[in-house]
Design a protein around this ligand. Sequence first.
Ligand SMILES: [Cu+2]
Length: 391
Amino acid sequence: MVGWTAVLGGIGGDGPGFPLVLGSSWWDRLWFRGEVETSNFAGSSDAVFFYIFWVSVFFFVVLMALMGYFAVRYRRMPGVAPERSPSHNTVLELTWSVVPTILMAVMFFWGLYAYIPMRVNPSDSEVINVTAQQWGWNWVYDNGASTLQTEVIADAAAPVFALPVNRPVKFIMSSKDVIHSMYIPAFRIKRDVFPNFFSTMWVEPTVVSHRWDEELKDFVPIAPGANDGYYLACAEYCGDQHSQMWARVIVLSDVDYRRWKDKQASTDGIPLDKLGELLFRSKGCVSCHSIDGSRGTGPSWKGSWGQTHRFADGGSAVVDENYIRESILEPAKHIVQGYPNQMVSYQGQLTDRELLALITFFRTLSDNPADAEAAKADAEKEMAEKASGAK
Ligand SMILES: [Cu+2]
């Protein structure tokens, strides 16, 4: 449902606005085009695409028109003997062999000329490690940072990633489960992401979309409304929530990018309960777990703390710190009754403090107000201890 209104809104104009689109005319929107070239590949990729497109349109029209004309002109008529078909026409045959050969050779060489630079990244590219998993994206920057920024896109929380303007970045990508595909339409880049294998792609964004506001701790559009940044989608059907496997890509000036990246690298200043909530969204737990009691791919976190959960194999456990920790690091060890074994391990993706943060956030969702209070008190205590330790 969301899909259609979003697509129509995007092509039609106002509406909810399909997040892939940038241009103002319906034509630009139809092709996910910006008013300006937003990456180093946008121009060359579009040039080849539209060459192939218009050649195809031209021949489609010519062939269909001729087919229609001949069908009428040479239809069977009672009492009229068919004309004899000519057996040979050298000029015609040479023309329809040579002209398409040339047109297609141009397609091939032009395409090759545009494609080769996409496969060879400059040696000074900044590396970003990408992990895809059902149903979210995680980027890890060269300083160890990933993002805490998220945003709601088509009813789902999606991470917001930043890139520097006019600097090459190389993505080294792998998947934790099935095949995904990282697609940033505005940049004209897309590549499949596999389990047990690294695939790479690179790009150089060319238009600053936002600035990073240190006070607001948020991105501010450079020209409000004019540019939403660029959307990243999964382009390989990967399960139930594939269509919600979004992210938003923001392009910052060099200075802002560094400041933002440094900021994301240190989560020390964020209280545990708050950090847990941010990680719940930015690490993609939100795509399977709700915090309002509704059932997702996985059980809701609301009211689970302190409860006894039954497992598919007949065992059971009380939901406490250790149970949650184990559920995150070894989710396949115990499968909650009535749920599929669909969660992959987050081993190595969360620091100890981040694990604690998720546990603390989970506790705040307890139905027992005393547990929730205690979790908040613990978070405050930890911050206070940190502050005194720092002195
Ligand atoms: Cu996917």
